[in-house]
Design a protein around this ligand. Structure first.
Ligand code: G16
Length: 553
């Protein structure tokens, strides 16, 4: 490996700022905005300055840096390297061409004892000059920064007057190697290798390879985003699936125009191959930064809430989890399917607010081993992020050990535990005032609902969800409106925290049918009364102007 001469001193530039982050809501683990916004003068720099002034251990620390390859990725990396050097970091570990998936970044932060990481991604939001960009901050445990830190970052943005960076030329990150920016070492590594080693420790690759060889055709859609290089290596090289198994496998700056959100709407080409043409036994897709996953079988879509339940019920089959799991957690809007499995396994089950950061303390305290969300996220204690390809391998491993089809696995699961029919209705791009009015009005209505009939049952709980972290006792309130019914049905309404255009309203619907009931119905029909009643209570059509959701999962 070639070491570049240490060159010093560089001139340090301090630039006065005019940017304002007043419109940022505290509570997210970073900043997600339009690419155009990030291209405004000093905008990115200002936010990075706030991170460097706030993240503990910057002076003399090691930071992990990479992104999903979207437009703006390499420019941001160069800026952050120069700012990191000006702030006294000892080392920044980045990757060739800056390609690093979110779970792989989490793994590197942990294995390299870094103080944290900066991941450049707007996740599943579209990319390109007209798309979105984002800066995600992760802490030393490898997980999304907790609210205490992100709140501090935003507070700092308000008093920001200037930022510091070394006024030096860009360095090349096209190949592995070490460089120095003043006293700071920049180590460029391959972003794929360490992650693959981690997967090899958790899964029995031989048995998956055997399954694929035994006429079990699989297909994976990387959506022209970050998982392409990882999936080529894992599926086509190590697991010897035929070349062509990975679709859209090269990260493109605009994801080739694809909206890299793996659901039935945005990954419809893949869905068609499995659900209509029935050409493959297994199909999967991941999102922009590789933390989300969608699982499909021949003629079978696996709802993410069910996926979490199946993964939990079958964890003993996977070498990395064969010694048992301590507990599980799901976000509040995720269906209760996993709760039933946890009860049967006699392990703890936690309900947290939406957002992966809420799993961090439980994972660190070893209270849980596996966790997941309805928003196509599943993961475990192997990293501190949700992990799309991990979920794909997990499913392939279950299939390789059970030798059943995906739909047989699902049917068997429901016959044992009953079925939690579930669906999420998204109303995207609503005018923000209309969305807020709808939400606030519904919140006010909740107070009078308890004990009243609703959707053929009786309301037992109607509130705005509040969570007390079992480990640090911090309280997160107003995490989503809940209507829970006596017959175990649940309706949740919350506003998305990840959209960048107008507001997105999410309505989550769940109805339980015991194992003796009809387990093979269309979820939209089973949920119809819940859908109709919440639509009329919240006046969704009248207030949004939409007579149907933008996306139905
Ligand atoms: C992020 C968080 C997830 C969370 C999701 C919610 O996903 O990491 O834990 O479930 O947001 O999204 P919304 O607020 O739009 O419902 P990602 O994949 O965007 O990082």
């Amino acid at each position: 490996m070639k070491h570049q001469e240490k060159v010093s001193p560089f001139s340090e530039k301090k630039i006065r700022l005019t940017n304002s982050f007043e419109d940022q809501k505290p509570g997210t683990s970073g900043l997600r905005k339009s690419t155009k916004k990030f291209c405004e003068k000093d905008y990115l720099e200002s936010f990075i300055e706030a991170i460097f002034q706030t993240l503990p251990g910057i002076k003399g620390g090691t930071l992990v840096l990479g992104g999903d390859g979207r437009y703006g990725n390499e420019r941001a990396i160069q800026i952050i390297l120069k700012m990191g050097a000006a702030h006294g970091l000892k080392k920044i570990i980045t990757t060739t061409k800056g390609i690093l998936s979110t779970p792989a970044a989490s793994n590197l932060i942990r294995s390299q004892n870094a103080i944290g990481g900066i991941i450049l991604s707007a996740s599943h939001n579209p990319g390109g000059a007209n798309g979105d960009f984002g800066v995600k901050v992760n802490g030393a445990n490898g997980g999304p920064a907790p609210e205490s830190l992100t709140n501090e970052i935003y507070r700092y943005t308000k008093k920001l007057k200037e930022y510091k960076l070394l006024d030096v030329p860009d360095i090349s990150i096209t190949a592995k190697g070490k460089h120095f920016l003043s006293q700071m070492c920049v180590e460029v590594i391959d972003g794929v290798d360490d992650y693959i080693h981690l997967m090899q420790k958790l899964f029995d690759f031989e048995s998956i390879k055997q399954l694929i060889n035994d006429d079990f055709p699989v297909i994976f859609d990387a959506m022209n985003a970050v998982t392409g290089p990882y999936a080529h290596y894992l599926l086509e090289k190590l697991l010897e699936a035929p070349t062509g198994t990975v679709l859209n496998g090269s990260p493109l700056e605009d994801f080739g125009g694809i909206h890299p959100d793996p659901n039935l709407t945005y990954a419809s080409d893949l869905a068609e191959l499995l659900l209509e043409k029935k050409q493959y036994s297994f199909g999967a897709a991941c999102d922009g930064d590789g933390d989300r996953n969608m699982i499909l079988g021949k003629d079978c879509f696996v709802n993410p809430s069910d996926s979490l339940a199946v993964i939990t019920a079958n964890a003993h089959l996977i070498p990395g989890y064969s010694e048992g799991i301590t507990g599980v957690a799901r976000s509040m809007p995720t269906s209760s399917a996993v709760d039933v499995v946890a009860k049967e396994l006699n392990i703890k089950c936690f309900e947290t607010p939406t957002g992966w950061k809420f799993f961090g303390n439980l994972l660190d305290a070893n209270e849980i081993t596996i966790c997941g969300e309805e928003s196509f996220g599943t993961g475990s204690n192997h990293v501190r992020e949700k992990d799309g390809l991990w979920a794909v391998l997990f499913w392939l491993q279950i299939l390789s050990k059970r030798r059943l089809s995906v739909s047989e696995i699902m049917k068997e699961h429901w016959l044992k535990y009953g079925r939690h029919y579930y669906s999420r209705h998204d109303y995207e791009g609503i005018e923000s005032k209309a969305a807020n009015d709808l939400y606030n009005r519904l919140e006010n209505l909740l107070t009078s609902l308890t004990g009243k009939p609703f959707a053929g049952s009786i309301v037992t709980v109607a509130d705005n969800f509040e969570y007390t972290d079992p480990i640090d006792k911090s309280i997160s309130s107003r995490q989503g409106l809940r209507i829970l019914l006596e017959d175990k049905s649940r309706i949740i309404v919350r506003m998305s925290g990840t959209g960048t255009k107008g507001s997105t309203l999410r309505v989550y619907l769940e109805r339980f049918v015991p194992k003796t009931g009809d387990l093979d119905q269309d979820p939209q029909l089973v949920l119809k009364q819940l859908i109709d009643d919440i639509n009329s209570l919240a006046e969704i059509e009248r207030r949004t102007g939409m007579n149907k959701p933008t996306v139905i999962t």
